[in-house]
Design a protein around this ligand. Structure first.
Ligand SMILES: Cc1cc2nc3c(=O)[nH]c(=O)nc-3n(C[C@H](O)[C@H](O)[C@H](O)COP(=O)(O)OP(=O)(O)OC[C@H]3O[C@@H](n4cnc5c(N)ncnc54)[C@H](O)[C@@H]3O)c2cc1C
Length: 333
């Protein structure tokens, strides 16, 4: 392997082999100020973006990945339910993916934030936080979503550690333990049916007036799931491991885990400013091939799907890579 290949591996391989890296890695190309014509710009370089880049790199496409380095699962100690990587640290999975993708010569990775985008004659131009502009024929958004933390003391510190979003990702680790669902209505009911399969020590915290119909109430009652409506003020914890939920009336209940359905927003306005439609829930609207409502723009991963998982991000990214290459091939051939 040449020195250049080592650097392009994202450093992971060099570190593993004990080879010192140069001060400026090619993965950190913030010096790259000139407008370059890429086939594809991918905004977001986590699982979805890297998966798209792999299919495109293997198709000899000139690709620029722009990534701000802020994936949604960064606080989670271990990622689960993605085959071959079960229990691995999220950043390790991403680093392996990045090293493999950057082995393809036509793919570049830029640590920066895309701040605006416009259409150009031949495609799109993206401006980054460091003031550089890049243009491409096609655009892929793999930007994830931003979780909006409720204003409950201790919640953000526990997020991804003992306050979790998904039974498939972390439910097994908390099986048979004292668990709460902090949600209301249909969402809480659906989660309750899933989580009840993993633990019977289950309650629902609606953090305000409960909103269930009679059938739901009777099912919850039948399964021994209590509902507490009192407002929550704090989650007492130790290094992110929840100990107690504290209510406005001063009462406390002890817990091992809490599932929370919290709101989200898109990380960036760029898709909307370029004309991409959003769904009612706030996802980027895509067809089954991940095409947005604007020709030449695709989206993959969490920003356009309710199925929030590493596997889904990788799958939709892979699909986007193939679809974008197909579109380019059809234009060129
Ligand atoms: C707390 C938590 C724990 C989870 N645990 C699991 C688990 O155990 N197993 C599992 O399968 N799934 C898990 N998930 C879900 C999984 O992490 C996501 O589905 C997955 O990370 C989505 O990948 P993505 O590439 O779409 O987005 P992300 O991984 O969120 O990455 C988006 C990337 O885009 C970048 N970006 C955004 N806007 C811009 C911009 N304007 N310019 C440049 N870059 C930008 C961000 O900085 C980030 O690097 C978890 C999620 C959370 C929140």
């Amino acid at each position: 392997m040449t020195r250049r290949e080592l650097i392009k591996s994202g450093g992971a391989l060099a570190i593993a082999l004990g080879i010192p890296l140069p001060v400026l890695s090619l993965t950190k190309q913030n010096h790259m100020k000139n407008t370059a014509n890429f086939d594809v710009i991918i905004i977001g370089g986590s699982y979805a973006g890297l998966s798209a880049a792999m299919a495109l790199g293997r198709s000899l496409r000139k690709v620029l990945i722009i990534d701000a380095g802020n994936p949604c699962n960064k606080q989670t100690p271990h990622s689960h339910n993605f085959i071959t990587q079960d229990g691995e640290q999220p950043a390790v999975i991403a680093a392996k993916a990045k090293a493999q993708v950057l082995k393809y010569d036509t793919v570049q990775f830029l640590e920066d934030k895309a701040i605006s985008g416009e259409r150009s004659k031949k495609g799109f131009t993206i401006k980054t936080g460091s003031g550089a502009k890049y243009s491409s024929k096609k655009l892929i958004f793999a930007t994830g979503i931003k979780d909006i933390m409720p204003k409950i003391k201790g919640f953000a510190e526990c997020w991804g550690i003992s306050v979790i979003h998904c039974p498939y990702c972390h439910g097994y680790e908390f099986r048979s333990q004292k668990t709460a669902i902090m949600a209301n209505g249909e969402r809480a009911f659906h989660l309750a049916s899933l989580v009840h399969n993993l633990t019977k020590k289950l309650i629902i915290l609606t953090n305000g007036n409960a909103n269930f119909d009679d059938t739901q109430l009777s099912k919850l009652n039948q399964n021994g799931i209590e509902i507490i409506e009192t407002e929550i003020t704090e989650m007492e914890h130790q290094n992110g491991q929840i100990q107690n939920v504290v209510f406005k009336n001063g009462k406390k209940i002890s817990l091992d885990a809490l599932y929370a359905g919290i709101p989200f927003e898109q990380h960036t306005e760029i898709p909307v400013t370029l004309g991409c439609e959003l769904t009612e829930q706030g996802y980027i609207k895509v067809d089954p091939f991940q095409k947005t409502s604007i020709k030449g723009i695709y989206a993959c991963g969490d920003n356009s799907s309710m199925m929030r998982s590493v596997a889904n991000a990788v799958y939709t990214g892979n699909m986007v890579g193939a679809m974008v290459n197909k579109e380019l091939v059809e234009e060129e051939f």
